[in-house]
Design a protein around this ligand. Sequence first.
Ligand SMILES: NC(=O)c1ccc[n+]([C@@H]2O[C@H](COP(=O)([O-])OP(=O)(O)OC[C@H]3O[C@@H](n4cnc5c(N)ncnc54)[C@H](OP(=O)(O)O)[C@@H]3O)[C@@H](O)[C@H]2O)c1
Length: 259
Amino acid sequence: MAEYEHDPVSVADKRAVVIGGTSGIGRGIARAFAAEGARVVPTSRTEARVDETASELEALGAEALRATCDVTDRESLVALRDRVVDAFGGVDVLVNSPSAIARKSLLEVTDEEWGHVFDVQLDGPRRATQVFAEELSRDGGGSIVNVSSASAVTAIDELAAYSAAKAGIDALTRVSARELAPEVRVNAIRPGFIVTEQTKEAYAPGTDRYEAVTARTYEQRIGDPGDVAGAAVYLASDAAGYVRGEILTVDCGFVQSAL
Ligand SMILES: NC(=O)c1ccc[n+]([C@@H]2O[C@H](COP(=O)([O-])OP(=O)(O)OC[C@H]3O[C@@H](n4cnc5c(N)ncnc54)[C@H](OP(=O)(O)O)[C@@H]3O)[C@@H](O)[C@H]2O)c1
């Protein structure tokens, strides 16, 4: 590229797999990619959710592939990759946004609960990275966008396993950014509190948690999936070609806000 040129912030030419793309943040990212003209695979365990989301993306004018997957099952990820490669001829972007949570303190959480959160939240993206790495490398310009959390860098009550897994996502992002370079760029987004299935009851308006969280944002509000999606579009676009191993915070000031 010439000295003062830059690539556009666009994913129009990309083939994107969004794991956890049938709800909340992942669905918001899948919608944003689709609206930009990308071919998208919004995937999760539930066929009905996949179908509903794919129809939503098609209504936006995008090509969507219907495929389920379970990130705790390597064979399921291999089958997903093979289906996507058959349908689209390759993969350019992998977004890791599967969710599992245990609302327990460190002294209360059981081995099973801790293990399940790690299996979905950290080992899921780790497995998906391993399974998709070669395909993402194939045509050059591949990238991975992981979904971290403000809880990776702050201590939040009753999120012990979740916070530790998300700190792992930050490390996984740095490690894979180095290991998969130069062919594949790996970055992450770090959302603050966003209204989704995961949070809508625990952080509902009127609760103490809602008041505590909104007081720390500069707009006194919890975010929507659409508030986060643009950051994923940017990181997956060629405009972010020199951005590697970065964790982009999208939290309306929550993490940096003190009193
Ligand atoms: N909401 C927030 O405030 C917030 C803040 C920071 C970070 N995050 C992170 O953002 C990501 C998405 O969370 P969300 O709030 O959008 O949650 P969500 O609305 O509950 O969506 C979670 C998605 O993960 C899928 N999923 C769950 N287990 C799976 C598995 N084993 N294999 C494949 N897919 C699976 C779900 O679909 P199925 O049930 O059909 O599998 C669903 O599509 C998570 O990594 C979460 O930790 C959320």
